[in-house]
Ligand binder design. Structure first.
Ligand SMILES: [Zn+2]
Length: 259
């Protein structure tokens, strides 16, 4: 028997026909929802994109830094090599007047290697190169203290050599066995050198660097080892010390300084 039950069909309520207003309202609502969803998605994508971009940038700069680092040290090394290779500074006029052998200023021990050149000031304003040499000489008699330097530069630019370069002096406690020391006289309260002293210091240092295959970086202040305020002006005026090293480079490369 094939009976179609039509009663149930009749129970179902007829679908209500929406009027045009309702349809339009629903469409507007849906469109608004879509727009909000799209705005949220775009904002999310932007934030993610920015974050990713920042991370990528960071990685790129880190990689670039990593790539730069060895190049920088290489160029510093190249500059050092150039300054050693190009240095043909000649020996300036030097008055050799060695101290007599004594345990306080000329012990006569061999100086077998030279790694640095140290710059000092006499800490005795207005005294001459000759007077400072005499002071070292007299220590041999007085035994007051141990002190000396290979060179003393006077305020008129004169250079006196007190010790042979094959022997140690007593100038930088921990470094007497691998360095050469230069004492500088001065007239100013602030410890700055006269132009004549400064120029002789540049010439003498350049020649010593040439003799030992060293570069201007190897010239140090007494202050750099042990922290003593010596030479005073170059300790209190870091810029003046940097300028000295620049002048030294210029002298090595061009044979003169512009200052
Ligand atoms: Zn010193």
């Amino acid at each position: 028997m094939d009976v179609i039950d039509i009663s149930r069909r009749e129970e179902r309520p007829a679908p209500r026909r929406r009027n045009r207003k309702e349809i339009l309202a629903r469409r507007r609502k849906r469109r608004r929802q879509m727009m909000i969803a799209r705005a949220i998605a775009v904002t999310f994508a932007l934030v993610c994109g920015m974050g990713l971009g920042a991370m990528t940038w960071k990685v790129i700069t880190l990689l670039a830094d990593y790539g730069d680092a060895p190049q920088e040290t290489l160029s510093q090394e190249q500059e050092r090599e150039e300054l050693i290779r190009e240095n043909n500074a000649v020996r300036p006029v030097i008055e050799e007047n060695f101290l007599r052998m004594n345990p306080y200023s000329r012990p006569g021990e061999p100086l077998e290697t030279v790694k640095n050149i140290f710059v000092h000031y006499t800490a005795n304003k207005g005294t001459s190169a000759r007077q400072n040499r005499s002071y070292f000489e007299n220590l041999g008699t007085s035994g007051e203290t141990s002190a000396s330097a290979h060179f003393v530069i006077g305020y008129e630019g004169e250079i006196i050599q007190c010790l042979p370069l094959e022997e140690i002096g007593y100038a930088v406690k921990s470094r007497n066995y691998d360095s050469i020391s230069i004492e500088c006289c001065y007239l100013s309260e602030d410890g700055s050198f006269t132009d004549a002293t400064y120029l002789s210091l540049v010439k003498l240092t350049a020649w010593l660097l040439n003799e030992y295959d060293l570069s201007p970086e190897d010239v140090l202040r007494h202050y750099d080892v042990g922290g003593k305020k010596c030479p005073l002006y170059f300790v209190e005026n870091e810029g003046a010390w940097e300028d000295f090293r620049k002048d030294l480079k210029e002298y090595i490369l061009r044979g003169k300084i512009s200052g």
